[in-house]
Design a protein around this ligand. Structure first.
Ligand code: CA
Length: 171
């Protein structure tokens, strides 16, 4: 199963764009728009990563981060409205794994999500390999295209996997 990313963000436009972007990158997502409901959700659903906005209704990101850290090592990327704030946040030693200032480039956020997930859960991203409209299920050694599972022989699968992993190279 793909990694579950919890988006804690009270601006609906931003959270929905983020959600689309992460889902396109094959992550599962959940949005929480306030600071009060985060701990209970993390305990119950154990997301693989949290993107945590600093300014939130109910309880701010600082408190939420400390609270979650008291019982979980889940990777946390803290998002702030001001780049100047990052130094101050670092000084507070909240236990967040990474910091990002708004407005951020989605590709940058995605790169950081990937890095943290790799660090936290080895092999997490090796269950499937997706390129364009083709997904390879590495565990079951089959391919899925446009929702249809395609049966392949072992040799066909290995060849396809090699081509997808090394796309852009001449083989
Ligand atoms: Ca906010």
């Amino acid at each position: 199963m793909s990694a579950l990313v919890l988006i804690v963000e009270d601006e609906p436009k931003l959270s929905s764009v983020l959600q689309d972007y992460l889902q396109q990158s094959q992550y599962r997502t959940e949005i929480i728009d306030n600071g009060l409901d985060v701990s209970a959700y993390v305990r119950a659903q154990q997301p693989d990563l949290i993107i945590l906005d600093l300014m939130l209704p109910g309880k701010d990101g600082l408190q939420v981060c400390k609270e979650v850290r008291s019982f979980s090592d889940v990777p946390i990327i803290m998002v702030t409205a001001k780049v100047e704030e990052i130094d101050r946040l670092l000084g507070l030693e909240l236990g967040a794994d990474d910091y990002l200032a708004k407005p951020f480039v989605f590709a940058e956020l995605l790169a950081r999500v990937r890095t943290l997930l790799r660090r936290g859960i080895p092999n997490q991203e090796l269950d499937t390999l997706t390129i364009a409209n083709m997904t390879l299920d590495l565990k079951r050694r089959s391919a899925i295209r446009e929702g249809q599972r395609i049966n392949l022989t072992n040799k066909e699968f290995s060849l396809l996997e090699l081509l997808l992993r090394r796309q852009g190279e001449v083989l």
